[in-house]
Design a protein around this ligand. Structure first.
Ligand code: ACM
Length: 765
């Protein structure tokens, strides 16, 4: 052959090769949620326009999904041959699948369509991300040969979305469902009614559309910001029944069950605004314009029960789900207490009290729904006053509700605030978008075990699964919902699908970093905290040091201790940094040339309690346990902006005694701390602190100092020795006795409940 011809042929061949996206890494693909079993093979399958899909009747939906995904995502056209084949294997469990990719054949095995659909979702993650937005430019793609055998750990894998506080477009709801399907999650808990808006069209009650669906205006900023300000703009809307039918059908095709939630008896102010006869006072009320828990509650009269049955009839027509969620949470009883009708009702029905009435209410609705072949789910408050016989309990205030319900033989779905509330902050950065409060970073979601330790193996069978919750008070926009959802939903999907022995947080973080590209291509506004730094004070052989870490792997952390901005020439972090004096530490993640994450700044106040011993007579609440008791004397104060970071500790309804043993006698001049006082979040600073000092000669000195309760979120407390010189003694240990504020007073959010106490660093000088 002529040399020029050979060269041309070579060039042509190289161009051709360049057309194929060669994706033959020698590493296991980073599918989320991680499959139980993946076996890599050498070789590759070439997907091009010569490939066909064969599927029998049972697999029409999943095979059509795959065909559309390939044809819409690229210029590849699928034929009628069988290089990709869907095969029925009746012995596989309902949601299980096997995906076998050989060089000449892809086999998808499942016993049902849903298993095949999940195989397709795994195959999707083996294809280039450009398929996701129809921008794959080549005519072929190489897929790594491998075999996956996979099945879920839990049968209920859910995400919730509150559309009462803010409402989102039909298109967004579909994209939300798409994301769940991609992650093999199978339940969308759609929270449709709230004090601030009723969002489902009910034809029999037109005022729900005219009145309950709209509020006059909306609170601006955080509930804790005083005085409250409003935007003056009417807000609202609702989903028509036609839209809901469309969404339900869309979800069905993606194997996502929608569970609608119609709240009762509380969180019902919008409905009562439309039909005052549903309330206890009959007084007109407005659809709520701010957040929180409201006193309005359905009155247990026949009009109400008829209304709710009529509403549920229309709901059941629209939603074929086995479960209907009837709420049951946060139902203040003041209106029932003050209503002659309700008090007579309690007597005439031999009910113990208002909790008994709530139980009667829920059981009556359960009976109605059971008679129509449906089951109820309720938030864990439905345990109070007696659980409805067939109810499934959704445990949110911890796992106690789940434990009690499972022990009583009821199914449970686990969604505690501590691990499942995606409306909480996910980073300690001060520039995070406004959120309700709390702190739930990715790692904590990933550490979640949906089976409470208190359950035996037998009892744990009642745990159907878990879900992440998105309450939208502080998420008016769709991209804000995405930001709070991603990447935490990736962690939730892996907890619920993948077996615990397969899960590894470092590997997961690598998969999340890889998944960013897919999310970007899908146009999803995810939060990226992977290049941020987290820091903790630690004690190393009695010496104080500061530990830094970043989630990303293969990157460097550089730092300074004098408050200056770190640069590529700053010290590289290799192990804990010894801390011996007050300083400001700054650090950031770098690649070879540049800083790639935001700057981490930590002020360290080296005071006299550092390195001493601390104990508290109670454990902080699981959701607010920060860095434990030691975190109160580690030189690091909590965030000013929010109480739920790693430095604040939260206690619910308890008096606490904190003892600090100074190791050696020390002269001290003052004891300082801070309390959080966010009354909207049921948090109250104590009224006073009782102090007790044990002096070097064993004498005990006690004193009480009132807390200066200003109308502010942060309350500073400082106890000065009036005459430190006169004291002429040194202190060996001291304790602070902090009484809980007590019951939340009438007229405040959460009235009648126990108040929280939040305390920050205890600074001794
Ligand atoms: C809830 O968060 N009120 C269930």
């Amino acid at each position: 052959m002529h040399f020029k011809k050979i060269l041309l042929l070579f060039l042509f061949a190289s161009v051709l090769c360049g057309c194929i996206e060669m994706r033959i890494p020698n590493t296991t693909p980073q599918i989320i949620p991680i499959p139980i079993n993946q076996e890599l093979k050498s070789n590759q399958f070439i997907l091009d326009s010569s490939v066909g899909i064969y599927a029998s009747e049972e697999f029409q939906l999943s095979s059509a999904f795959l065909k559309n995904f390939i044809e819409n995502g690229s210029s590849i056209e699928i034929q009628n041959s069988n290089e990709i084949e869907f095969i029925l294997v009746a012995t596989l469990k309902p949601e299980a699948y096997e995906l076998d990719i050989q060089s000449d054949k892809i086999s998808i095995k499942a016993s049902s369509e849903v298993g095949a659909f999940y195989a397709v979702q795994s195959l999707r993650q083996l294809l280039p991300v450009s398929f996701e937005n129809c921008s794959y430019m080549h005519s072929e793609v190489a897929i790594q040969c491998l075999t996956i055998k996979d099945q879920p750990e839990f049968k209920y894998r859910g995400m919730h979305l509150d559309v009462g506080r803010h409402m989102f477009s039909v298109d967004f709801i579909k994209r939300y469902i798409d994301a769940l399907a991609m992650l093999k999650m199978n339940t969308f808990h759609w929270h449709l009614t709230e004090d601030q808006g009723w969002r489902i069209e009910i034809k029999k009650y037109p005022k729900l559309q005219e009145v309950a669906a709209y509020r006059d205006e909306t609170l601006v900023g955080h509930y804790s910001d005083q005085p409250h300000q409003f935007d003056g703009k009417k807000y609202g809307g609702y989903y028509t029944q036609e839209e809901i039918k469309d969404i339900v059908a869309y979800a069905e095709e993606r194997f996502v069950t929608i569970i609608p939630e119609i709240e009762m008896p509380g969180h019902s102010q919008a409905a009562i605004a439309a039909y005052p006869e549903l309330g206890c006072t009959r007084e007109p009320v407005k659809v709520a314009t701010k957040w929180g828990v409201f006193e309005e509650i359905y009155c247990p009269n026949e009009f109400t029960f008829q209304f709710l049955e009529d509403v549920l009839d229309e709901v059941m027509e629209l939603f074929p789900s086995q479960y209907i969620h009837i709420g049951g949470d946060e139902a203040p009883k003041a209106r029932w207490k003050n209503s002659e009708f309700c008090q007579d009702f309690i007597k005439n029905h031999n009910l113990k009290d208002e909790h008994g009435l709530q139980s009667y209410f829920i059981q009556r609705m359960e009976k109605y729904l059971n008679s129509k072949g449906r089951q109820i789910i309720g938030w864990d408050e439905i345990l109070e006053g007696g659980l409805a016989p067939n109810a499934t309990v959704m445990s949110w205030r911890g796992v106690e509700g789940a434990v009690a319900a499972a022990k009583a033989g009821h199914n449970v779905i686990i969604t505690p605030t501590s691990h499942c509330y995606f409306d909480y902050y996910q980073s300690e950065n001060d520039d995070e978008p406004l959120a309700i409060g709390g702190y739930l970073p990715l790692e904590k979601v990933y550490s979640f075990n949906p089976i409470p330790e208190e359950l035996t193996e037998d009892e744990s069978k009642y745990v159907l699964g878990a879900q992440g919750n998105i309450w939208t008070e502080y998420m008016p926009k769709e991209d804000q919902v995405e930001y709070m959802m991603f990447p935490r939903v990736l962690a939730m999907s892996e907890i619920l699908w993948s077996h615990s022995e397969k899960r590894n947080y470092n590997d997961f973080v690598g998969s999340v970093e890889n998944f960013h590209k897919r999310l970007e291509t899908l146009g999803i506004n995810y939060a990226n905290h992977l290049y941020e730094i987290e820091g903790r004070m630690v004690s190393l052989n009695g010496d104080t040091a500061y530990r830094l870490k970043t989630l990303s792997q293969g990157k460097m952390i550089r730092f300074t201790l004098n408050g200056t901005q770190p640069s590529v020439s700053s010290d590289m972090y290799t192990s804990e940094i010894p801390i011996t004096k007050t300083c400001t530490l700054k650090a950031a993640v770098f690649n070879e040339d540049n800083q790639i994450g935001s700057t981490f700044t930590q002020k360290i106040n080296y005071h006299k309690a550092i390195g001493t011993k601390i104990s508290i007579d109670k454990n902080p609440h699981e959701a607010y346990s920060g860095s434990g008791a030691e975190g109160l004397i580690n030189g690091v104060s909590g965030s000013d902006a929010r109480y739920a970071d790693n430095e604040w500790l939260g206690f619910w309804g308890e008096d606490i005694e904190i003892t600090i043993d100074l190791n050696e006698e020390k002269k001290i001049n003052s004891v300082e701390t801070r309390f959080y006082n966010g009354n909207g979040q049921w948090i109250y600073a104590p009224k006073a602190v009782h102090l007790k000092f044990t002096l070097d000669d064993g004498t005990i000195v006690t004193d009480v100092k009132e807390v200066n309760l200003k109308n502010e979120n942060l309350v500073n407390f400082k106890y000065d020795f009036k005459t430190p010189e006169d004291l002429k003694v040194t202190v060996k240990s001291l304790s602070l006795m902090i009484s809980n504020y007590g019951t939340i007073p009438e007229g405040k959010q959460g009235a009648g409940n126990k108040a929280w106490t939040f305390i920050d660093e205890i600074i001794i000088n």
